[in-house]
Design a protein around this ligand. Structure first.
Ligand code: FAD
Length: 356
């Protein structure tokens, strides 16, 4: 059976919900298809001690302020799940779950969305599938030879799983720092980063990062000098647990090793460290395999966008994957604006179609 909607939104995390909020305001007919069984997107899978890098009020989607979490300045992931669950209900956003989109195809004047439970035809599609589902692991020689446990950020839960073990945490971003800090007390992990860790000043959190990303976008749009975005400030937000571990001298770091061997890792000078587990906090890639049938990837494997709109397929918008789809669009506070812009463009496209 083929279902119809003016707009199909793929992904029911924060980006998909922000799109739904604006589609509803514009009076467009839409459905959100989400592969999870319950609301909350990737936040449902975060490790136990994860804290947002902004206070609740600065982590809000359009229309509804995130309430503060009692006794926590920086809310935990469950608080975000609760907020998104409530958001969905409040704005009566129709989310079909669990529905996994397998492929988006051109079909005359429509885009055909093939899923594991039926087909949808839509005049426009918003892809909002996030990055959590495509963990990235670097190609390091000897990875297959290592006999211990290897896991990515997405599989990490709590220090209890590593009691008494020799653990290496690889990665100089927020996940690496937070997980190294999480393990610091009981496990004393070795924290391995490619370059010396760059902590943001202690008073900088997600609020400031959002302002910086927005100011940079405006400067670039106006043809002014690029003063550097968020990356120019540092890589790691010094959220309280990270700050505490750092200040107690528990976050000692080693440079990146060059290869793995069966019992651990080896640095260029031949020194070795034995390890029971390696946690790769080495980032993510956009989860876009469902767009492969549209053949939009350019030479560098990237889908070209103008704002959120795919340059080579104007009926498709990409939302929430990072700065290339809008400044800070992969954050709670940042996704609202590109969601509004994407839905307005779609509304214009549909109006043009009707007029033409
Ligand atoms: P997701 O939450 O991943 O939601 C995408 C949804 O799409 C999921 O439900 C998924 O199942 C579904 N989906 C995927 N593929 C398909 C498919 N083919 N068919 C149907 N459904 C599909 N941001 C902040 O604002 N503050 C923070 O403090 C913060 N901390 C972060 C910490 C970590 C460790 C990470 C990784 C990210 C953090 N972020 C933070 C960034 C960002 O807010 C989150 O990554 C957020 O989950 C992104 O939301 P999203 O809706 O884009 O994607």
């Amino acid at each position: 059976m083929t279902n119809g909607a003016q707009v199909v939104v793929i992904g029911g995390g924060q980006a998909g919900l922000a799109a739904g909020y604006h589609l509803r305001r514009l009076g467009l007919e839409f459905v959100i298809l989400d592969a999870q069984t319950t609301p909350g997107g990737a936040w449902q899978h975060a490790w136990e001690s994860l804290r947002l890098f902004s206070p609740a009020a600065y982590s809000s989607l359009p229309g509804r302020l995130m309430p503060a979490q009692p006794s926590e300045t920086y809310p935990d992931a469950q608080h975000v799940v609760d907020y998104l669950t409530e958001y969905e209900k409040r704005y009566e956003l129709l989310v079909e779950r669990p529905v996994r989109v397998l492929g988006v195809h051109r079909d005359g004047g429509f885009l055909r969305v093939e899923t594991d439970s039926g087909t949808w035809r839509a005049r426009a599609v918003i892809s909002a599938t996030g990055t959590w589902w495509r963990p990235f692991l670097p190609a390091v020689p000897g990875r297959a030879a290592f006999r211990g446990r290897q896991l990515h950020t997405v599989e990490y839960r709590s220090p209890a799983d590593f009691a008494g073990q020799r653990v290496l945490v690889v990665g100089g971003g927020n996940s690496g720092a937070q997980i190294a800090a999480d393990l610091a007390d009981g496990t004393d992990p070795t924290w391995v980063t490619q370059r010396p860790p760059r902590f943001l000043a202690d008073d900088i959190d997600g609020r400031v990062l959002f302002d910086v990303a927005t100011a940079r976008r405006r400067a670039l749009d106006d043809g002014r000098t690029d003063l550097g975005g968020v990356a120019s400030l540092g890589d790691i937000v010094a959220v309280p647990p990270v700050r505490e571990a750092r200040d107690r001298g528990l976050l000692t770091r080693r440079p990146m090793f060059t290869r793995l061997h069966s019992g651990g890792v080896e640095w260029p000078d031949g020194t070795r460290a034995e390890a029971d587990a390696i946690i790769w906090c080495t980032g993510f890639r956009p989860a876009l395999p469902h767009l492969a049938p549209l053949q939009l990837r350019g030479r560098r494997g990237h889908i070209g966008t103008d704002g959120t709109r795919a340059v080579d397929e104007p009926r498709l918008h990409l939302l929430g994957y990072g700065d290339w789809t809008g400044p800070a669009s992969a954050t709670l506070i940042g996704v609202g604006r590109p969601a509004r812009e994407a839905t307005r463009e779609i509304s214009g496209l549909l109006a043009d179609r009707r007029a033409g």
